[in-house]
Design a protein around this ligand. Structure first.
Ligand code: ATP
Length: 295
């Protein structure tokens, strides 16, 4: 195979709890991840030279070793002694530095693409072993769908697909550093924790109302304090009829869950009109495979 095109899907967190800070500085987490229909599009082609050449439509993204795609391609090449190079074109649609795993999902797509381009026949576990060297979210992104992630994010339990629902996703125009958020979270002093076990139970019973009720993200305690616009957007989405709304990952992206497509569409229009941000998306929960790009 000489070339391949793939979609790399974004994720949101339906639940995110931090249990403790380990001695090595990593945080032990318990989170529920969910794929959504916002996706990047990537094209990979084999090169005769040994170059890794990345082109993207977003000028602010690095195209060298700083891009997670570069890191993924390099790791697979080293592991499997591949001498050919790879050319990559990235159409970036997932908001950047948003808490939607945009870089990690591109890295996961690069591992899938390398496997197919060079006919490596890798299992999911083999791909995940490479992925975790790039970032804690990459093993999940390789699998997608609905999953419980524990440890530093690398211990995965696939969960049944959630019921259909429609989402309004908004990324406020503020920059959030994941490092800052974790450094300012004092896991041992937290008074409240999201009910992750309850969320898993609600997903297993397929109850959208209970899933919405149990949304919770402990990182909001840090990010919302710094960027109150996140709380404003959450309140606005609920006022527009969302079952509930939450910040994803370390933020600043917020999503609202709607049962009906028409209500979500109206809230999407209202959100654009309200002018908190221009980065607003109308999408839905997505499943495990390449099932469409609803953005
Ligand atoms: P997470 O939800 O996993 O914390 P995020 O959505 O907060 O991720 P990303 O969009 O992955 O953050 O980007 C974080 C930084 O990583 C960016 O500032 C960017 O410079 C760098 N980066 C490297 N490669 C990529 C890529 N392929 N796509 C997006 N960002 C990338």
């Amino acid at each position: 195979m000489d070339s391949i095109s793939l979609q790399a899907m974004a994720k949101i967190n339906l639940g995110l709890d931090v249990l403790r800070r380990r001695e090595d500085g990593y945080h032990e987490v318990k989170m529920v991840m969910q794929t959504v229909g916002i996706c990047d599009r990537l094209e990979f082609g084999r090169l005769r030279s040994d170059e890794i050449r990345i082109r993207t439509d977003k000028a602010q993204l690095p195209c060298d070793g700083g891009n997670l795609i570069h890191k993924a391609v390099r790791l697979v090449r080293e592991n499997y002694r591949i001498s050919d190079g790879v050319a990559v074109r990235l159409e970036k649609n997932i908001p950047i530095a948003a808490g939607m795993a945009g870089g990690s999902t591109d890295a996961a797509a690069a591992i899938h693409a390398m496997d197919r381009l060079f006919d490596l026949g890798l299992s999911l576990e083999e791909k995940q072993k490479i992925g975790v060297k790039i970032g804690a979210d990459v093993p999940y992104c390789l699998m997608g769908g609905t999953a419980l992630c524990e440890g530093i994010g690398e211990i995965l339990t696939p969960l049944p697909a959630v019921p259909q629902a429609f989402l309004v996703v908004a990324k406020p125009e503020v920059d959030v550093s994941t490092k800052y958020v974790y450094e300012n979270l004092h896991a041992d002093r937290l008074k409240e924790h999201p009910d992750i076990d309850g969320m898993v139970g609600s997903i297993r019973s397929g109850d959208l109302g209970k899933i919405a009720e149990r949304l919770g993200n402990v990182l909001e305690t840090v990010t919302v304090k710094r960027h109150p616009v996140i709380a404003d957007i959450k309140a606005f989405l609920k006022m527009q009829g969302a079952l509930n709304a939450l910040m994803s990952g370390s933020g600043p992206t917020v999503f609202g869950i709607f049962k009906e497509k028409e209500a979500a569409r109206e809230a999407y229009g209202a959100m654009l009109k309200r002018g908190y941000t221009r980065q607003v998306y109308l999408t839905e929960f997505a499943g495990r495979a390449d099932d469409g790009c609803g953005a």
